[in-house]
Design a protein around this ligand. Sequence first.
Ligand SMILES: Cc1cc2nc3c(=O)[nH]c(=O)nc-3n(C[C@H](O)[C@H](O)[C@H](O)COP(=O)(O)O)c2cc1C
Length: 202
Amino acid sequence: MIDGVGVGSASRIPAEAFATLTHWLPANDEFARPLIALATVDVQGRPDVRNVLLSEYSPAGFFVHTDERSRKMADVTANPNAAFSIAWPADFRQLTVQATAERATPEEEALAYSRRSRYLQLLAWLNSVEFAELPQPQREAEWAAFDAAHPDGTLTPPPTWAGLLLRPTRITFWRGGALAASTRLEYTLAASGTWRTSILPG
Ligand SMILES: Cc1cc2nc3c(=O)[nH]c(=O)nc-3n(C[C@H](O)[C@H](O)[C@H](O)COP(=O)(O)O)c2cc1C
């Protein structure tokens, strides 16, 4: 686990909420990463959403990784307010988090890159507009050439590799079930830095 690598002394997720997260989310060292719908707001105030992998989580918050040139990075640079949601319908569970995004440390970014699959390590290097616009045969040839020129284990993050730490300001655990109405258990961070807990209808 990235247990707060360079995350400072800002507010931590309450222990009780963190314990639930460890039951709901796969451990950080599990290879398959969960997919979250990450929402941001652009400079005009328009919302946007896309699916990204949740790389890790720690008591400081939730880490995602992306390309520095992406829209989501432009969004959070102008407005750090973000949110994400993930649902497990078969388990009658949904996790929703409102957060403030900040850039992860270089150490965390390097560690997360080293844990990415080979395919995603290559993708991070070849994820440019120029590459996207190439005809498919050329894309495949350049991909294969780059792959061959960089043996497994030798790649370091490209300069465009960027990590975001989503520091939660609100964490909502939705629980459903066939036998009773769904409910939400919500943790809200107050300006004083303390967390308030509420129970809400589903
Ligand atoms: C299954 C899946 C996993 C993805 N994982 C990531 C990811 O971890 N990071 C990322 O930047 N984009 C990921 N993407 C691509 C994003 O959904 C999105 O297309 C891309 O990041 C550009 O988003 P933006 O223009 O809103 O910044 C993933 C897409 C899919 C379908």
